[in-house]
Design a protein. Sequence first.
Length: 311
Amino acid sequence: MVVPVFNEEDVILTTHERLTSVLDGLPLSWEILYVDDGSNDASPVLLDKLAEGDSRVRVIHFARNFGHQLAITAGIDAAMGDAVVVIDADLQDPPDLIPELVAKWREGYDVVFARRAIRFGETWFKRATAAVFYRVLNRLTDVEIPVDVGDFRLMDRKVCDVLRALPEHRRFVRGLVAWMGFRQAEVEYVRQPRFAGESKYPLRRMMRLASDAVTSFSTRPLGWPLYAGAVAGLLGLLGFAAFAALFAASGKMMDVMALVLSGVVVCTSAVLVSVGLLGLYVGNVLDEVRGRPLYIVDRAVGLRREASTRE
Ligand code: UDP
Ligand code: MG
């Protein structure tokens, strides 16, 4: 289990109790890895106490607050299990669902994510922005990122290994997992209100997550000025030709104005086109810099050398 924790003193002990009782009911050995994301309340002390009393509990303390996605990343990096389940510390993701995730994994799925069928205890604003966000994101990207799915999920060891090998800095973990492929299944659940404490995702952070998600998985917006410029340029040229003819026929001052204006549109469109072209190049640079593997092999049959992702 990987549990990101940021100032969760009110809830963390209850969460731990619920987690251990569910895990003890499963026929497998487990560890819980808490990642204290630079909390400045009593959470670090509480976590250390939990770890003292139980060798299956481990804690990573960040030097400062690095954010939810990086806390999850650190947890997955350090986890040792054959499968890793990421779960929020605030009991919004019900631990009771873990056996179901594990059952699907046993069936042979590599990623089992939990879809929020209903969300309780969240403001309409959060639900509406989340709903719009996931849908816009899917429009913009070629990777199908599951709608209404958070980071609450089970991942097989091989998925975690690929995730660990990805060098990119701006990490939108659920997008990366979707991008990878493998056999993915989903389980539905009812999202509960936060058990205690308040959301650590104010609007500013949500927007940052959204922009990371879009920029990590789509370079399409970079090309938009190109298309806008091409259309504007075409219309401008048509206008220019039309007004030039009109002016030649009438000799009216009004038509000269329109002629000049369509000239301006043509010039502006040239700027747009060059910005868009630049965007295409920047997009390619971005793809190279991110250093994602070109492909990921699940299994190879009859190959002598171990086929794996390309270094
Ligand atoms: N969290 C974290 N670092 C942060 C913000 C949040 O580790 O900078 C943890 C938090 O403790 C919780 C999970 O990430 O376990 C989800 O955060 P939260 O419940 O505040 O987000 P929400 O459910 O409101 O989207
Ligand atoms: Mg929460």
